[in-house]
Design a protein around this ligand. Structure first.
Ligand code: SF4
Length: 359
């Protein structure tokens, strides 16, 4: 068996086996959503918050907080793709990066098979990082232009001392083949590739350590439409072949529909709707989701045809509106909306929405 096709990294298995697993370890804090947990649950996000301080003056005093992620909870099952959609600035990218502990959380938990990533010591975190990867929107900015891409793809193997030189070269060939590149590409530099090829390099690099979970942060947003489809299909093939679990971040609903099993809709740092993909696209419940859907061109007669134009811009997360954060733009807002925040509730099995209309 080749290096790259080996089973899950042993350090991760050991780490997981000695940490408390699903069920009893999960501290049930007060929260607006209580997703079901089962043996297939890989990721649990519990009441996650990420606030950035706003500082001013000579003394750089904190004068407020930008609530980029504000009390978010959900689970992702093994082998699943959870699509995360919302307008720019709604907190999607911050949520993905906080889940991987690339930025420190303000509060809450992210449990990877029951192990809270925020409580791991540096050695445990280093081991855990092998099974958690990220694919960036702009692969070029994450690649070093002065180093051949083969070296960059196998960097993780060297950092973690996985295999000898021959095994790493063999793993590199495997990786290049799986993402649709050729052996000779290994010696080339990032600026010799097209945008789509660079994204393939980014995917190969994320795959090198055989991760279990990948945050795909707008991986096709910067690509031409024809190339987008190729990369989406590649990600789907790799997920099937290697049992990958994705959090797929995008602002394009068509992309989200193509790749997701379930979809979470985010607005101003909060999840306002969460549902299986087909359910969400057939019958969106939240007025914000309905507005996003109405912008999708579609030949499907079951889908809404009238474009819903939202009033105004997205408010600042440093000063969100009272009550339901969406109320100043909501076309159907009524009395309770500016006063009290609606909880995220399960309206139909597996279909959650935060809107007073659901009461
Ligand atoms: Fe609109 Fe009110 Fe529902 Fe918010 S709670 S989405 S303002 S109807």
């Amino acid at each position: 068996m080749g290096l790259w096709t080996a089973p899950a990294p042993p350090q991760i298995s050991i780490l997981f086996s000695r940490l408390t697993f699903l069920g009893g370890a999960v501290d049930r804090m007060s929260q607006s959503i209580e997703p079901p947990i089962n043996e297939k649950t890989l990721i649990e996000v519990r009441n996650l918050k990420k606030y950035f301080p706003m500082k001013s003056g000579i003394l750089q005093r904190t004068r407020g907080w930008v609530k980029a992620v504000d009390d978010v909870s959900f689970v992702i099952e093994e082998g699943e793709t959870l699509g995360l959609v919302g307008e720019s600035g709604c907190g999607k990218t911050t949520l993905g990066r906080t889940m991987l502990r690339l930025v420190e959380a303000t509060a809450g938990k992210v449990l990877i098979r029951g192990a809270n990533i925020f409580e791991l010591n540096p050695q445990e975190l280093k081991s855990m990082r092998r099974s958690l990867q990220i694919i960036f929107q702009d692969p070029y900015s994450s690649l070093d232009p002065s180093i051949p891409i083969g070296e960059q793809i196998t960097e993780g193997l060297r950092i973690h001392n996985i295999g000898d030189g021959d095994e790493q070269r063999e793993a590199l060939k495997d990786l290049l083949r799986h993402v649709g590149l050729e052996d000779y590409h290994a010696k080339r530099y990032p600026d010799e590739f097209s945008g789509g090829q660079r994204q393939r390099i980014g995917i190969a690099r994320a795959l090198a350590l055989r991760p279990a979970f990948i945050v795909c942060d707008e991986p096709v947003s910067a690509l031409d439409v024809s190339i987008q489809a190729q990369i989406l299909n590649l990600l789907k093939d790799l997920q099937r072949d290697f049992n990958l679990t994705y959090l797929f971040i995008a602002h394009n609903m068509s992309v989200i529909e193509h790749i997701s099993d379930r979809v979470a809709v985010m607005y101003l740092g909060k999840i306002v709707e969460l549902a299986p993909r087909d359910q969400l696209f057939k019958k969106p419940l939240h007025p914000y989701t309905q507005a996003l859907m109405s912008a999708i061109p579609s030949a499907d007669h079951d889908r809404q045809k009238t474009r819903i134009i939202l009033a105004g811009d997205v408010p600042s997360p440093s000063d969100p509106p009272s009550g339901c954060h969406f109320h100043p733009r909501c076309p159907v807002a009524f009395e309770p909306c500016p006063i009290e925040e609606p909880p995220l509730k399960e309206v139909n099995p597996g279909h959650w929405a935060a809107c007073w209309l659901m009461e």
